[in-house]
Design a protein around this ligand. Structure first.
Ligand SMILES: NC(=O)C1=CN([C@@H]2O[C@H](COP(=O)(O)OP(=O)(O)OC[C@H]3O[C@@H](n4cnc5c(N)ncnc54)[C@H](O)[C@@H]3O)[C@@H](O)[C@H]2O)C=CC1
Ligand SMILES: O=C(O)CCC(=O)C(=O)O
Length: 431
């Protein structure tokens, strides 16, 4: 029987534990989510019929603060997936040192099949079902795959209606006009971009000689592509759920983003010579994109894209995980043995939750920041944590993912020790 996504996520923590002096009980503590809510959301369709959608919210761990994490709308959303995403949030928040625990939510739905009115009814209906489970000091949702600032705005508005008061800090990633933070929209891609700049510096990799392939051209994928392209990196392949396009000279990313917005598919670029520096692009499958001969591969879509089936065929020198969980633990072992360096999701995509924290702070204080301040603070956090994890992985002679988990679990353990709630004391097995 194949291992669940959650078990696979736990494997990463179990690998990291021996590199700490923490009691093994800590791994047991975070081996089970604090609480899981499963709801059924009735939605009146535009044609008058009624459809029920299954939704979830999982609060994984609140040791370091209120739980935090996005909401995903996708047909493949399951409790196991949401539990895993919530687990990763706990470690991600600890990696960047923001005072939150981890949570995640989702609805099993093909968002593209709903009209805007149906989407609004679903989003408001979901909040009515989970209102007692969330709150600005308890659990704070945000956007993830196939959700966006408009949906976050509806949700904050619904929650405020239920509570009979204005509660902007209950949701982050809202429109700026509703208390959202400037700079949240591109924060995930920007955080990854700062990591890539650090990585390139470590390896003396110049932008113009660096070829990059990006799987997934949504919020996160588009922004990281835009920022890298602006610096002169060559984005030679991108994809969405319909397939990939490849051009050895690299794409003009602003034009590609316009095409994607207009036609909804990157493969429309196939015959459009104006978008490439010379000839038209090649069409590829998503699987082929992953195996391209590039310097940096950026998975920015779904989990489990690089597995024991294709890890042997990956030709990139570096992988920067903008998606959550795109590499399985079995594939990790293969990539490590082939010296392919992976910047792990809990570091690489932490820019989103970091700016969500900034948004929450602004909502709580009622004082709003300039864009430059958001960028400066995000850059400082991403560069600091990248540097720490990079040095740690050399010091303890392991991969960057394990080093990131060691860093995060130490921060969690420190808080547990400070609370004195149980036996989070050193057992002396420092390595
Ligand atoms: N939005 C955020 O702030 C954050 C997002 N992430 C992660 O980044 C990843 C992408 O999220 P977003 O960009 O926000 O979602 P999005 O909904 O804006 O975009 C998703 C993109 O992935 C593509 N896609 C879907 N299925 C695919 C497949 N099978 N193969 C290739 N492409 C496929 C879609 O066509 C779309 O271009 C997810 O793993 C998410 O959890 C992580 C941290 C924060
Ligand atoms: O912005 C947030 O609070 C969470 C973003 C998220 O869901 C993630 O980092 O995977």
């Amino acid at each position: 029987m194949s291992r669940s996504l959650f078990d696979d996520a736990m494997q990463r923590l179990n690998t990291a534990m021996p590199y700490t002096d923490l009691d093994d009980e800590i791994a047991l503590r975070v081996g089970t989510p604090k609480s899981c809510l499963e709801v059924s959301v009735p939605v009146r369709r535009d044609d008058g019929s009624l459809t029920f959608y299954r939704g979830y919210r999982v609060r994984h761990d609140n040791t370091r603060g209120p739980t935090k994490g996005g909401l995903r709308y996708h047909p493949s959303v399951t409790l196991d997936e949401v539990k895993s995403l919530a687990f990763w949030m706990t470690f991600k928040c600890a990696v960047v040192g923001v005072p939150f625990g981890g949570a995640k939510g989702g609805i099993s739905v093909d968002a593209k099949s709903l009209s805007p009115m149906e989407l609004e009814r679903l989003s408001r209906g979901f909040i009515r079902q989970v209102a007692d489970f969330i709150g600005p000091d308890v659990d704070i949702p945000a956007p993830d795959m196939y959700t966006n600032e408009r949906i976050m705005g509806w949700m904050m508005d619904e929650y405020s209606t239920i509570r009979r008061q204005h509660v902007p800090a209950v949701i982050t990633g809202k429109p700026v006009s509703m208390g959202g933070s400037v700079g949240r929209a591109d924060a995930t891609g920007r955080g990854a971009y700062y990591c890539i700049r650090e990585l390139a510096r470590k390896h003396d990799q110049s932008p113009s000689s660096t070829r990059i392939a990006i799987q997934g051209f949504g919020n996160a994928g588009q922004h990281v592509a835009r920022l890298l392209h602006k610096d002169g990196y060559r984005i030679v392949a991108v994809s969405d759920s319909q397939g990939a396009v490849y051009h050895p000279d690299g794409f003009d990313i602003p034009s590609l983003i316009r095409i994607k917005e207009k036609t909804r598919h990157v493969q429309t670029v196939y015959c459009d010579k104006a978008l490439c520096t010379s000839t038209a692009a090649d069409q590829l499958t998503n699987e082929e994109l992953l195996e391209l001969d590039v310097d940096i591969l950026i998975p920015a879509a779904l989990e489990n894209q690089i597995t024991s089936r294709n890890a042997q065929n990956i030709r990139a020198r570096y992988i920067v995980e903008v998606a959550n969980g795109p590499i399985t633990s079995e594939a990790d072992a293969i990539l490590n043995s082939r010296n392919i360096e992976v910047v792990p999701d809990i570091l690489a995509n932490a820019g989103g939750v970091t700016v969500s924290y900034f948004e929450w702070l602004q909502n709580r204080s009622g004082s709003y920041w300039e864009l430059q301040e958001v960028h400066r603070k995000l850059q400082a956090i991403m560069a600091r944590e990248f540097e720490y994890i990079y040095d740690l992985h050399h010091d303890i002679k392991t991969d960057m993912r394990t080093a990131a988990y060691v860093h995060a679990i130490k921060r969690l353990g420190e808080t547990m020790n400070a609370k004195g709630t149980s036996s989070y004391f050193s057992n002396g097995n420092q390595r």
